[in-house]
Ligand binder design. Structure first.
Ligand code: IMP
Ligand code: MG
Length: 173
């Protein structure tokens, strides 16, 4: 059994402060034609961050599912929601909740390039570099964290805890 930590790893105030700084970094890098969030974990991050960005980008979401033999280190990722996006020539800001092994973002970048996106930058709320398996570095990172399982602010464990307003660690009961 698991329970959520009593104190947040990252409080809602710390998230708000960081998003203000991060949005300045993103705004300094230019304007984006479309913000593409990865469901479901990035839904709150996209909602908060998008309102701090300049320009009036489109907003879309893609659902990523990984499949294959879980005992193998390489798994496949499939996507839903990319069909009618028309990314040709677009500047895309790809937004995910957490960069863990990197396989999701790696596969998504391949797919977006294939669809003709002109430029793709990646933006994650959290980065767990110690777990990386694919050669991926995000362009914009909210917080770098240790190898702990975290929930809240959109992130879940088996569908639970997404609506917590800070980021909490999941601990053994
Ligand atoms: P990866 O980078 O392909 O390994 O996958 C990252 C995805 O795994 C994220 O988008 C999350 O959905 C999920 N994930 C990884 N670590 C955590 C965590 O600590 N809490 C909740 N979800 C996580
Ligand atoms: Mg995810």
């Amino acid at each position: 059994m698991y329970k959520v930590s009593e104190t947040p790893l990252v409080s809602k105030e710390a998230i708000k402060d960081r998003l203000e700084k991060l949005s300045e970094e993103i705004n300094a890098s230019g304007k984006y034609d479309i913000l593409l969030g990865v469901l479901t974990g990035a839904y709150i991050y996209v909602a908060d961050l998008s309102r701090l960005l300049k320009g009036i980008p489109k907003v879309a979401f893609v659902k990523a599912s990984s499949y294959g033999d879980s005992t193998e280190s390489s798994h496949n990722v499939s996507f839903q929601g990319l069909e009618n996006l028309q990314l040709k020539g677009m500047r895309v800001l790809l937004i995910d909740d957490i960069l863990d092994t990197g396989k999701t973002i790696f596969a998504l970048l391949e797919e977006l390039k294939k669809q003709g996106a002109e430029e793709i930058k990646t933006c994650v709320l959290l980065d767990k570099p110690s777990r990386r398996e694919a050669a991926i570095k995000a362009d914009f990172v909210g917080f770098t964290i240790e190898n702990k399982f975290v929930v809240g602010y959109g992130l879940d464990y088996a569908g639970d805890y997404r609506t917590l307003d800070g980021i909490y660690t999941l601990e053994q009961k």
